[in-house]
Each structure stands twice: as structure tokens, then as C-alpha cells.
Design a protein around this ligand. Structure first.
Ligand code: XMP
Length: 516
């Protein structure tokens, strides 16, 4: 990729967002830790470099840094927040604790003559989040934006192509953030807008064909967005040299197994070998009597591997094992290792190496989720599949608290279907925004109720809906009472075995999004 921007990660929370915004300007970008060193950057030969925010103070000993050479490469550099402060500090300015800490939406005044701020208004709102500030400019820099409390909201040294911004243009709360990043990548770095999903599809079909030749490829298809798009792309490229194994563990949402089969099976849109393994009973008997959440996840994960192993033995040796790995998986696995395991995500980290294959093929490895979705649409996959919500690998197994049984799966499937239908209607009617993830879960609690003239003793369904950007933190979504009422009354009337409906208002932390 000739037109490439490198985003250098200093540990801030919005770092993937920076790369995504650059790509929304149709310019390819990649994220690297600041630890990669200057030689690697030189080798990558980007047209521009963006330094991200981070939690450190740049003037303290041991603070992340890339050394002076970064500014001598002749490549335009844009520092954001920590990146801006580090640049100033490195080049002879001063950074210290701000007399007034800024957090949140902040009115900012811009100098429209700066190439960073061309064609944006002289005054607008930005997102600030800083304790340190640039107290004194480095020599050769001039101030090009300020706020009432922050004298240097942005500075530039046009001659050296160095730019520093204290606020976060990548966050949507910054009104003209996208324009500012576009100005940087197009006007200052001179990147052509050549990163587009239609050309990505054409290019990767060519690359897959070349790599695979007349070899055989095996893919574990889960029915989620990533593996489905990978399957579609591979099928377009190599047709029935691809075999997809779809393990239906009986813990899918209502109708989901049949939907996957309708698209990828013999009656579907693609020419590939599709194997559906209906493993409901096998799973339910393995899960009988098991109540501990981590044990349930382990059993579900191991059983999946065993079934996949059995099927791949029938297929015999293959040349490639395909996976729906996407860019955030790559970035996160590269940076991870320090945070505690809260829950084990069995499908992160990939499949073990029991399958007899020569090489791994990961056609979506460079893409963010929104890009994967665009590719899915390009390939003609239906919208309900492409815009499917995140769904955990262990499926409804972790949305049923306690022991999993076929009967409980049916209850949670039916309740969840009604809930998603009602939220869908409310969103279409403009009553609410669509939450980022929402589902019904079956609590293991039974309570007394009355229906007609009879006493009931049935399960309680918990409705969950969250707003989140990164799924690491989340808030319960505001759902209008009328929507909750309607959902409750439909669930009670239409789903046998439920006599109570609860709305879970817990944020994350302290709760997690899933209930187990
Ligand atoms: P939690 O419950 O950890 O969920 O707050 C955060 C996000 O991750 C999804 N999730 C999983 N995804 N395998 C997955 O592939 C898993 O075992 C798993 N557990 C949780 C969850 O749906 C949410 O989007």
C-alpha cells in the first residue's frame, strides 16, 4: 500500500479510533506500538505519522518516547494529546501540569490559515481530556488553536511538517475532527484516497487465488459476521476448493442455524462445500448438571474443537486453514498480556493446531469491523447477517444462568427474538437509538406469579441493552418504558415458562455485558 499512515500507539484509549478515522478518509492506516523503533518506521515508509494519546506524563523518567529521529525523517508528524506534548517536550518546549484540567466538550478557537484547519469554522467544539498541558512552545512552532483555559490547543511548524493537537479529533464529540484528520492525511501528507472496500474485494480475490492455487481450504464457520464474510470472500475467489464446517451447537439465537445454512448451504448464494453439524443433543448432554460459568465455557469450547477435529479428519489433509481474524484481534493480541483474564473468550487466539494443514489464511486480517461489514455487503450477503450484533462464541450457553437444558434454550431464544423485534420496531419508529448490544437472558430464578386464576412458579427473563464504544466499558441503554412494557407483555403471553421480566440496569464495570 503506497498511501499509508502509521498510527503510533502510546497506550491511549482511542488509538484504534484514530486508525479507523483515517481509513474513513479512504487512506490505509496501521497501528504500531511506540516500541517498534525508528528503523521499522523507516522501512514501512509511510506518507504520514500520527502519535496518539496515552496515560503517561511525557516529562517523567521512563515515559514512552521514540527519540529525536522521528522528527528528522521528513515525514509529516501529527501528535495528539500525549503525542503533542511529547513532541513539544522533545523539541525544546515545556510541558507541565495544567492550572485548569480540561475534560469533555470544550469551545476552541482555530486559525483557519493552518493547513490542518482549512475549511473549518473559526470556533467549534472539541473533545479534551488532559491533566498536563503545553506550557511553552518548542522553537519554530506557532499556536494555531486555543481554548479559554488552554493556550496551546494546537501548534505547528509548517517547514518541518510537524503538528501538535492537544484535543482528540478522532472522537465524534469533536465537531470537525474528521475534517482535521482528512486535512492532515490528504493535504499535508498528500495521500491519495485509494483505500476502498470495492477495490479491496477485487484485490483480495486476486491475492487469494494466487496464494491458494488449486489447494484446499477449510474454514470453521460460526455464523458471526467475521467468519461469514471470510467465507463469502473465499467462496468468490476459489469456489468449491473451500469447505466450511458449521457446528450448530444448539446455543444459537432463534432461527440462526437455518439462516446460515440458507446462505452458505446447497440452496444458497455461494458455490462451496458446506457441512452443517447438528450437535444440539451432544452439547446438552455434556452441559447437563454443569452450573459454573467457566466450566460451561470450557466444555462448549472443547466440544467445538472435538467436533471440528472429527469433521476435518473426514476431509483429510488441507492446504490452508482459514480464519476470520480481523484487525482489532491482531492489534489486541500484540499489545495484550498485561490485563487480567476476566472471562476466557474461547474463540480469541484461534484454533489449535490439530488440523492437518500447511498454512493459515486470514483474508480480513487488515480490516476493522465496519470495513468487514462493507465487504460483506459488497459480496451480496444479507443485511441481517452483515449487521448482526456481536454474539459470544459460547452463545446462549452463557445467557442461561446455571445449568443449560434444551427447554431453557427454547425459552431464551423465544424471549430474545421478541425483544429484538420490539427494539427493532422502536428504533424504526424513532422512539430510541439502537443500543450497541441487546439480548434476553434467562436468570436461574423462579418466582411466584398469577396468571388467570392460577398460581405460577416460573422463570424470570432479564433484558439487557448497552451503549458502548469498545465493549470494555458500557452503560445500560435508556429504553422507553412503553417499549419495555410491550416486550414484557409479549414475552409473558407468548413464551411458556416465564412469569417475570426484569430490565438489567447495571453498567460495566461493575457488571459485564453478558451475565456469565
Ligand atoms: P463481557 O460479558 O465480557 O462481554 O462484558 C464483552 C463483549 O464480548 C462478548 N463476549 C464474548 N465473545 N466469546 C466471544 O467471542 C466469549 O466467550 C465472549 N464472552 C463475552 C460479549 O457478547 C460482548 O460483546
Amino acid at each position: 500500500m503506497e498511501n499509508k499512515i502509521i498510527v503510533i500507539d502510546f497506550g491511549g484509549q482511542y488509538n484504534q479510533l484514530v486508525a479507523r478515522r483515517v481509513r474513513e478518509s479512504n487512506v490505509y492506516s496501521e497501528i504500531y506500538s511506540y516500541r517498534v523503533g525508528i528503523e521499522k518506521i523507516r522501512e514501512l515508509n509511510p506518507k504520514g505519522i500520527i502519535l496518539t494519546g496515552g496515560p503517561n506524563s511525557c516529562y517523567l523518567e521512563g515515559a514512552p518516547n521514540m527519540g529525536q529521529e522521528l522528527y528528522e525523517l521528513g515525514i509529516p508528524v501529527l501528535g495528539l494529546c500525549y503525542g503533542a506534548q511529547m513532541m513539544m517536550n522533545d523539541l525544546g518546549g515545556e510541558v507541565g501540569i495544567a492550572p485548569v484540567r480540561e475534560y469533555g466538550k470544550t469551545k476552541t478557537y482555530f486559525n483557519g490559515e493552518s493547513p490542518l484547519f482549512s475549511r473549518i469554522p473559526e470556533e467549534s467544539i472539541v473533545w479534551m481530556s488532559h491533566t498536563d498541558y503545553i506550557a511553552k512552545l518548542a522553537p519554530g512552532f506557532e499556536i494555531v488553536a486555543h481554548t479559554d483555559d488552554c493556550p496551546v490547543a494546537a501548534a505547528q511548524n509548517i517547514e518541518r511538517k510537524l503538528y501538535a493537537i492537544q484535543f482528540h479529533p478522532e472522537v465524534l464529540h469533536t465537531e470537525y475532527g474528521k475534517n482535521i484528520l482528512t486535512n492532515f492525511v490528504h493535504n499535508i501528507c498528500g495521500c491519495e484516497p485509494d483505500w476502498r472496500m470495492d477495490s479491496f474485494v477485487a484485490d483480495s480475490i486476486g491475492k487469494i487465488k494466487e496464494k491458494v492455487g488449486d489447494g484446499k481450504v477449510l474454514l470453521a464457520l460460526s455464523g458471526g459476521v467475521d467468519s461469514s464474510v471470510a467465507a463469502g470472500l473465499l467462496a468468490k475467489a476459489i469456489g468449491n476448493q473451500l469447505t466450511c464446517v458449521f457446528v450448530d451447537h444448539g446455543l444459537m439465537r432463534k432461527n440462526e442455524g437455518d439462516e446460515v445454512e440458507a446462505i452458505f448451504g446447497p440452496e444458497g448464494n455461494f458455490d462451496l462445500n458446506f457441512i452443517r453439524v447438528n450437535a444440539h443433543e451432544r452439547y446438552y448432554s455434556k452441559l447437563a448438571g454443569v452450573t459454573e460459568p467457566e466450566s460451561k465455557r470450557k466444555i462448549i469450547g472443547e466440544e467445538f474443537i472435538r467436533i471440528f477435529e472429527e469433521e476435518s479428519k473426514k476431509i483429510g489433509a488441507v492446504d490452508f486453514l482459514a480464519q476470520g481474524t480481523i484487525y482489532p484481534d491482531v492489534v489486541e493480541s500484540g499489545l495484550g498480556g498485561e490485563s487480567a483474564v476476566i472471562k476466557s473468550h474461547h474463540n480469541v487466539g484461534g484454533l489449535p493446531d490439530f488440523v492437518d494443514f500447511k498454512e493459515i489464511i486470514e483474508p480480513l486480517r487488515d480490516l476493522f469491523k465496519d470495513e468487514v461489514r462493507k465487504v460483506g455487503l459488497e459480496l451480496g450477503l444479507p443485511e441481517y447477517l452483515v449487521f448482526r450484533q456481536p454474539f459470544p462464541g459460547p452463545g446462549l450457553g452463557i445467557r442461561i444462568i446455571g445449568e443449560v437444558t434444551g427447554e431453557k434454550v427454547k425459552i431464551v431464544q423465544d424471549a430474545d427474538f421478541i425483544y429484538r423485534e420490539e427494539i427493532g420496531k422502536a428504533v424504526a419508529e424513532g422512539l430510541m437509538e439502537e443500543p450497541n448490544q441487546y439480548f434476553a437472558a434467562l436468570t436461574n430464578m423462579r418466582s411466584v406469579g398469577v396468571m388467570g386464576d392460577y398460581r405460577t412458579y416460573d422463570y424470570a427473563i432479564a433484558l439487557r441493552a448497552v451503549r458502548t464504544i469498545d465493549f470494555m466499558t458500557a452503560e445500560a441503554a435508556d429504553i422507553p418504558a412503553s417499549v419495555l412494557q410491550r416486550t414484557m407483555s409479549r414475552i409473558i403471553n407468548e413464551v411458556n415458562g416465564v412469569n417475570r421480566v426484569l430490565y438489567d440496569i447495571t453498567s460495566k464495570p461493575p457488571g459485564t455485558i453478558e451475565l456469565e
